[in-house]
Ligand binder design. Structure first.
Ligand SMILES: NC(=O)c1ccc[n+]([C@@H]2O[C@H](COP(=O)([O-])OP(=O)(O)OC[C@H]3O[C@@H](n4cnc5c(N)ncnc54)[C@H](O)[C@@H]3O)[C@@H](O)[C@H]2O)c1
Length: 378
């Protein structure tokens, strides 16, 4: 199959949908990979590296879209990209269609087979193409929070690891999932005093088994969270209820009892936030202060480390790209229910229930259009 990698055009997006390693795998399997010139520069990947891996470099996006059957991207198509699509194109990218009616209708009307990274789903409910970004945001949280804890950045001037004879920072992580467990791991690596809170005792058991008490675990309750938060130097919000707004675990009243210069890092801000006083911020202006407490609420944390993010993302997308390229989309989704769950638009119809409901449209089961597709969901 001919596979196209255009340069991302969304504001401040520096990732790219393939790496030279991924290109080489596809080329070795007999596919043609067409990459737009300078597509990898934001992730510190030069055209020559793609070329050496076997890609064909073309000067602009039009040349990519017109040459290939499958487009692999990172972010949802922007309006300037719409005219480049043609009926029958397969698009594989983060789409978030429930939030974008115009794009949903465009993809259906143009008959673009649209497969969304964020709805590819394993039978146990895991979302394998979202996990690496949670891992990265989790690992960034103590690093960003530690910088903000420094006095010149508005924090209370506490060093994560303390010093000989001086206590380390107290870090509380709310949520022991992908983001939270990674935040706790890095904070512990910085030698902070780390406590993780979750409502799922199995998650806490996993952490206890690995860390042998080096990271403390606490079952989630309003009282336990209040006690921990008012003594903390840093609180990381990393809770998630899939498909819902993040639960607000720290209210304004608890915040007012916190230590001046304490830091909140709200990773869950993309789902509304763990703290009542959170609102989304950007990398160029990441923090603000409420009641003397510094809030860091950047909605796209992995965007600051595009090279790591590009590699982490493409490591998990490549097997699906390779499967679609090898078998064609129909056969690939027949063979893999995880990938079938990723199909949002097929044959001009909306095949994802959530997306259809969001826009008052009727969902058509994928199995009605491609026979023998297994649509069993967790
Ligand atoms: N800001 C960013 O740049 C960025 C990047 C990636 C992910 N995220 C977000 O990070 C959040 C966490 O993602 P994840 O992949 O770690 O999710 P996850 O499902 O792996 O973990 C969420 C955890 O929250 C726990 N939880 C739910 N309700 C709770 C409660 N009341 N008390 C205590 N724990 C509770 C769950 O039991 C689970 O262990 C999501 O909102 C995700 O969208 C943000």
């Amino acid at each position: 199959m001919d596979v196209g990698i255009p340069k991302e055009v969304k504001d401040s997006e520096f990732r790219v949908a393939a790496t030279p390693e991924g290109v080489r795998e596809l080329v070795r399997a007999g596919h043609r990979v067409v990459v737009e010139a300078s597509a990898g520069l934001g992730s510190a990947i030069a055209d020559e590296q793609f070329e050496a891996a076997g890609a064909e470099i073309v000067p602009d996006a039009d040349a990519v879209f017109s040459a290939v059957e499958m487009i692999v991207k990172v972010k949802e198509p922007q309006p300037e990209e719409y005219p480049r699509f043609r009926p029958g194109h397969v698009l594989f990218t983060y789409l978030h269609l429930a939030a974008d009616e115009r794009l949903t209708r465009f993809l259906a009307d143009t008959d673009v087979v649209s497969v969304a990274y964020e709805t590819v789903q394993a039978s146990d409910g895991r979302l394998p193409l979202l996990a690496p970004m949670s891992e990265i945001a989790g690992r960034m949280a103590p690093q960003e929070g530690a910088a903000v804890l420094e006095r010149p950045r508005g924090g209370r001037g506490v060093l994560m690891g303390g010093a000989s004879g001086v206590a380390p920072a107290k870090v509380v992580v709310l949520g022991a999932g992908m983001a939270g467990a990674n935040a706790a791991q890095i904070a512990a690596g910085m030698e902070a005093d780390v406590t993780v809170v979750d409502r799922n005792v199995d998650r806490l058991r996993d952490i206890d088994r690995i860390w042998h008490g080096r990271i403390q675990t606490v079952m989630s309750s309003a009282l336990a969270i209040e006690r921990l938060v008012i003594e903390a130097d840093m609180v990381v919000g990393a809770v998630l209820i899939p498909g819902a707004k993040a639960p607000r675990l720290v209210g304004a009243e608890t915040l007012s009892a916190m230590q001046a210069g304490a830091v909140l890092v709200d990773i869950s801000i993309d789902q509304g936030g763990t703290f009542e006083t959170s609102h989304v911020t950007t990398h160029s202006d990441p923090t603000y202060v409420v009641d003397g407490v510094v809030h860091y609420c950047v909605g796209n944390m992995p965007g600051a480390v595009p090279r790591t993010s590009t590699y982490a993302l493409t490591n998990v997308t490549l097997p699906y790209v390779a499967a679609i390229a090898a078998r064609g989309i129909d056969d690939a989704v027949r063979a893999d229910p995880e990938l079938a769950a990723g199909v949002n638009v097929y044959g001009g119809a909306i095949t994802n229930e959530g997306v259809a409901t969001a826009h008052g449209l009727e969902a058509v089961p994928l199995s009605r259009m491609i026979n023998e597709v297994d649509e069993s969901r967790p």
